[in-house]
Design a protein around this ligand. Structure first.
Ligand code: ADP
Length: 171
């Protein structure tokens, strides 16, 4: 399974994969960080579609088209806001990865790219979030035969280093 995982330092809006994941907020109406970058790159049709989706609860995922992005689909998931670790943050972040991968299988995507969900404005500690991202993905890949490639797109040197180290430590 590990061979299906790739870690790169890049911009997720540039990825040539079937689906990219957006770290959205519950309104699905766009925002800052990676969400803003995805909406800018996809064009205004993306907002027209996400407006019709009617929001998304934390931990769940919703699918839209990718419009001007190289990716055909955008899977919007809503990560938890870090409130100190006693508000089901870990469980909710794990659900984001699980539900996004499930959504990818449902639309027939074979390659998917993730940003580091919740570790920007939402304040989730990076090391722990990385561990959850990789563990949930490995668990999913162990029982799924359709996803061929999962790319973790790191924004900046620190995230790249943390992800690469965590992947090395995985059995
Ligand atoms: P959240 O609200 O879920 O914390 P953010 O967008 O603030 O979402 O941050 C999530 C992660 O996405 C952060 O690690 C941030 O550095 C990263 N990020 C921001 N822009 C991009 C981009 N264009 N491509 C990939 N990752 C990005």
């Amino acid at each position: 399974m590990k061979e299906k995982i790739e870690i790169i330092q890049s911009d997720i809006t540039k990825q040539n994969v079937d689906a990219i994941v957006n770290a959205a907020n519950t309104s699905l109406l766009g925002g800052g960080g990676v969400d803003g970058a995805i909406h800018r790159a996809a064009g205004s049709e993306l907002l027209e579609e996400t407006r019709r989706l009617g929001g998304c609860p934390t931990g769940e995922a919703r699918v839209s088209k990718g419009y001007r992005l190289p990716a055909r689909w955008v899977i919007h998931t809503v990560g938890p806001v870090w409130r100190g670790g006693h508000s089901r943050e870990r469980e909710l972040l794990a659900s984001c990865y699980k539900n996004s991968l499930k959504a990818a299988v449902d639309i027939g995507a074979r390659s998917i790219a993730f940003p580091s969900i919740s570790t920007g404005a939402y304040g989730f500690p990076l090391e722990e979030a990385t561990q959850i991202a990789l563990t949930e993905t490995m668990r999913f890949l162990a029982s799924d035969k359709t996803i061929e490639k999962v790319v973790f797109v790191c924004f900046g040197d620190r995230a790249t280093e943390v992800y690469k180290k965590a992947l090395l430590r995985l059995a």
